[in-house]
Design a protein. Structure first.
Length: 619
């Protein structure tokens, strides 16, 4: 994992890119790469590539970036890991290609030289990279299928800039800070900024699973090379018999975990008391990773309660012979770290505190990489959304399909029982949104519903943001083509929205803040392809049971029977005080946020229920 950036003055009348700007952008990402740094300019001076290095393969200077091909035609700056690199290298060497390093970076240069832009279809891993093709005087950008690695672009019509972080682009000094209404309103709607938008009008994310070509004619539209929905739609046509589902999950996940251990450094694991992380540790052991370092968070507030994961995690660690480190985090450390947490968020998030502290603990233990069980709920129907959304569609779908009924019911109820409408907005939302899968997902994951936002933010700003965002349309595009099963539809929605815009983004900024690479074997395109025929047929509980039994030594039954709690941190009690002390510090009337919205969110900390929204303080 690294930090990449570059500048390409593609328009003939554009001034040459400034080396100082590229350096400012690069060095704003110092935490992303503490092992080295580099910068390179194209011979004609129209393109600059830069890099911050966190090394995992070929730790020598031979693996430094930007890396050039032997003939000097190609240059690459790359962030990520290519897990099928050994197979790709063997294939290329069999065709006469000579490698100068043992780094996966070099394989990108050789693949591009052989296959051109179609190279991305050969890659398995997490990646964002840029290749300068000097012969064609063009720049090729690519991002992995799930969007594990970020890549942001700013195009002013003359010059294109890219980087691994939004804040790094801003630090370069060449990008406007004008707000993007769709990104701002999207954050207030979802609790995370929905891609491709950012908080800034001139900065966009390259969509996951897309490539983009830029030359003197300007940037072409991003082109998709993979669709999660298409993979699931194909899988639904060849459903696995029930008896074959568990063996398929076992074999596929076992192979994915083994592939994700590719490194010249130790790879540890985040260990909770849940099935996903416990299975990762067990399968790491099966792959030959004995005495792995397992990191567990513990909190005094949880001690002796069902939320205390340390005792059961210790049992799992002992089962698999891990070196277990229990890191206790308290309110004092949280308060001390809060400014750094908010500063590290590349974009505001309502979560990520848990990942910050477990990544911090992993780095303290000497790790540079750690396996996470992130993605198991999306892949194996572990979320309540897999149960709730089909039920809502059955119960309320017909009524919600009646035009205007939801709005009418809300208006009548607002006049008759306004308190109920204010405290239960999603109850009436069933009559407005449960008629479609995208509407049901908005009910499930939305922090607020669209009609609530004008009372919390500037009405004109909300109207413009919603016009540009079009959240239901954005969700419906995700489901094209139709995955042909309820599990498939929800898997795609959860993977391309909640997981991508929040969980994966949180893993990136929180891990990189501590120069730690977080690897996710359950978020893997090869794994999805293998399991697609099983996903549509998974019954409630079946997927997680199969995952728990996947290691040669199955997870202890106490883990399997434990109620799902998530990767929890007691931020509710910690944030209550922080929220009260910060209420008057929240700016009013700046368009980005308002005291009304922040108060509405922060009130949840004073309530016995609610979610710890650190994002309310991040803006």
């Amino acid at each position: 994992m690294c930090g990449i950036n570059g500048v390409f003055a593609f328009h003939p009348s554009a001034g040459a890119p400034l080396r100082d700007e590229a350096l400012r952008t690069r060095d704003a990402m110092q935490k992303r790469g503490s092992d080295g740094f580099g910068i390179w300019s194209a011979p004609q001076g129209r393109c600059i590539l830069a890099h911050r290095r966190l090394s995992f393969l070929d730790l020598s200077e031979r693996g430094a970036q930007p890396m050039l091909s032997a003939d000097g035609r190609l240059a690459v700056t790359y962030n990520g890991e290519i897990y099928n690199f050994p197979a790709l290298r063997a294939e290329l060497e069999a065709q006469g290609v000579v490698f100068r390093t043992t780094s996966d970076t070099e394989s990108l240069l050789h693949l591009y030289a052989r296959d051109g832009q179609a190279m991305v279809k050969k890659l398995r891993g997490m990646f964002a990279f840029a290749i300068w093709d000097d012969a064609r005087q063009g720049l090729f950008l690519a991002r992995d299928p799930y969007g594990i690695k970020p890549l942001y672009i700013a195009n002013d019509g003359w010059t294109l800039r890219f980087a691994s972080q939004v804040r790094a682009l801003l630090a370069g000094g060449g990008v406007s800070r004008d707000p993007e209404p769709a990104g701002v309103v999207g954050f207030h709607l979802w609790g995370s900024v929905p891609e491709p938008f950012t908080l800034y009008r001139d900065i966009r994310a390259l969509p996951a699973g897309h490539t983009q070509w830029i030359d003197r004619a300007g940037p072409r539209a991003p082109q998709p090379y993979v669709h999660l929905a298409s993979i699931l739609a194909e899988g639904a046509q060849t459903l696995l018999p029930a008896a074959q589902i568990a063996p398929q999950i076992r074999d596929a996940v076992r192979e994915s975990v083994a592939a994700h251990l590719l490194a010249d450094v130790e790879v540890g694991v985040f260990l909770s008391a849940g099935v996903d992380s416990g299975a990762m540790l067990g399968l790491m052991r099966d792959a030959g990773c004995n005495n792995a370092t397992a990191i567990t968070l513990a909190f005094a507030e949880f001690r002796g309660s069902s939320e205390d994961e340390a005792p059961l995690a210790a049992q799992v660690a002992q089962t698999y012979g891990a070196r277990h480190i229990v890191r206790t985090v308290g309110e004092t450390e949280f308060r001390e770290d809060l400014p750094a947490i908010l500063a590290a968020m590349d974009q505001p998030s309502m979560d990520g505190v848990n990942t910050w502290f477990v990544a911090k603990a992993a780095r303290e233990a000497g790790l540079k990489a750690a396996i996470s069980g992130l993605g198991g709920d999306e892949l194996l129907a572990g979320y309540a959304s897999f149960r709730d959304m089909p039920r809502w569609r059955r119960r309320f779908g017909a009524l919600a399909s009646v035009p205007g009924l939801g709005g009418l019911a809300r208006a009548v109820m607002s006049a008759a029982v306004p308190g109920f409408v204010r405290s239960h907005p999603k109850a009436l939302g069933m009559l407005e949104y449960a008629g479609s899968w995208e509407g049901a997902y908005l009910l499930r994951r939305g922090l607020f519903l669209p009609h609530e936002l004008p009372a919390l933010l500037d009405k004109g700003f909300v109207a413009e943001g919603m016009r540009r965002l079009r959240p239901l349309t954005q969700l419906s595009v995700t489901l094209s083509p139709d995955p042909h099963s309820n599990n498939g539809r929800i898997c795609v929605l959860e993977s391309e929205h909640y997981m991508r815009n929040q969980l994966l983004r949180d893993a990136d900024w929180a891990g990189m803040a501590h120069s730690l690479e977080i690897r996710t074997p359950l978020v893997d395109i090869a794994l999805l392809r293998r399991l697609a025929p099983a996903i549509a047929a998974i019954k409630p509980g079946m997927g997680k049971a199969a995952l728990a039994a996947a290691p040669s030594i199955p997870l202890p039954p106490e883990v399997v029977s434990r109620a799902k709690t998530g990767f929890g941190v007691p931020t509710r009690s910690w944030m209550a005080a922080a929220a009260r002390s910060n209420r008057e510090d929240v700016p009013e009337g700046k368009g980005i946020t308002s005291r009304r919205w922040s108060r509405k969110v922060l009130e949840t900390f004073d309530s016995p229920v609610g979610t710890p929204h650190t994002g309310a303080l991040a803006l």
